[in-house]
Write a new protein. Structure first.
Length: 302
């Protein structure tokens, strides 16, 4: 999974209609704007500490960052921008959207002495998982010239890679001050289940088809993520469902303001809002977990 995704992201921009999948910030500017507003608000309530940085993990095309930074600027916050991104193709797109950003290969390279305002949307789901059947790790093998899983049964998933990223971000935020908003699809409680999925051209595909040419992800275990963050010394709020969270942050008012400014786009804006919020679309499967320094306030909407 790690090798496939490294190749996959290094060789293409997978986002949007012409690609394989579409993410919330690519659906509507409202998503990034509300995240920016929530970060500016938590920073203000923390006493506007000096030197705070905007950090995004796996920023895609830089769309979320550019929308969030615009909203932060109108709230009086203009932080330096740090992107953790390994794909050269996506770094190029990010540079077009946010020219003054600084890029890093890993979280370890982020500045160590300033508060961090961290965003990760659909980042953890792309990090590799392990699957186990009756306590034995499931492997992919070449059987009769084709790729196949070596065992079936009730599956339990773990992700040392996600745990490591979560612990690192939570540890940094706890020590340096700040907050992290983790948004992804996943479940509230740890439990068995096979959630590995492959997506190509906006449709589910066979898991072992075309290695490195389709998006491999799995659902995030938010209970586990919260436990790892707490063990690293951070405070945690959530997870909460994306739809109600965006509604508490004011997406209805934002949609109305955008529609008033561009009446001919009213139906399109409403359709985007519904896609982000409705429980039968992205509103319920997608969740938000907030990780913060113990002395920082809880971000809005939780
Ligand atoms: N957050 C964006 C993109 C999500 S796709 C959005 O919401 O649109 C996943 C992103 O994570 C891509 O930018 C991909 O290049 C990046 N990524 C995947 N694995 C990574 C890794 N191990 N280290 C850094 N970035 C990674």
């Amino acid at each position: 999974m790690e090798a496939c995704n490294t190749y996959y992201y290094a060789t293409r921009d997978p986002l949007g209609a012409a690609g394989d999948f579409t993410t919330a910030p690519e659906i509507s500017q409202m998503f990034g704007e509300l995240i920016g507003a929530a970060l500016a608000d938590v920073w203000a309530r923390a006493g506007q500490p000096r030197g705070a940085r905007y950090v995004e993990l796996g920023p895609g095309r830089g769309t979320l960052a550019s929308d969030a930074l615009r909203a932060m600027r109108s709230a009086g916050l203009q932080p330096p921008v740090h992107f953790v991104e390994t794909s050269p193709v996506l770094r190029q797109a990010q540079a077009a959207a946010v020219p003054h950003a600084q890029w890093h290969d890993s979280i370890a390279d982020l500045p160590t002495d300033v508060p961090l305002l961290v965003v990760a949307n659909e980042f953890l789901d792309a990090l590799p998982i392990r699957q186990h059947v009756a306590g034995i790790e499931r492997h992919v093998e070449v059987i009769g010239g084709a790729l196949a899983f070596d065992r079936d049964g009730e599956i339990v998933e773990t992700s040392p890679a996600r745990d490591a990223v979560t612990a690192e971000i939570a540890g940094r935020v706890a020590k340096q001050g700040g907050a992290a908003l983790i948004v992804d699809y996943g479940h509230t409680a740890t439990g068995p289940g096979d959630t590995l999925q492959a997506v190509r051209g906006h449709h589910f595909a066979g898991l072992l088809d075309k290695p490195g040419e389709q998006d491999l992800t799995s659902h995030v275990d938010f209970q586990r993520t919260a436990e790892v963050a707490r063990s690293a010394g951070a405070a945690v709020a959530g997870p909460v469902e994306q739809g109600p969270w965006l509604e508490r942050l004011g997406i209805l008012a934002r949609a109305r303001a955008l529609a008033n400014a561009a009446p001919d786009r009213t139906a399109e804006i409403e359709a985007c809002r519904a896609r982000l919020c409705r429980p039968d679309q992205m509103g319920s499967l997608f969740k938000l977990l907030a990780i913060r320094a113990p002395e920082w306030p809880t971000p809005a909407g939780l």
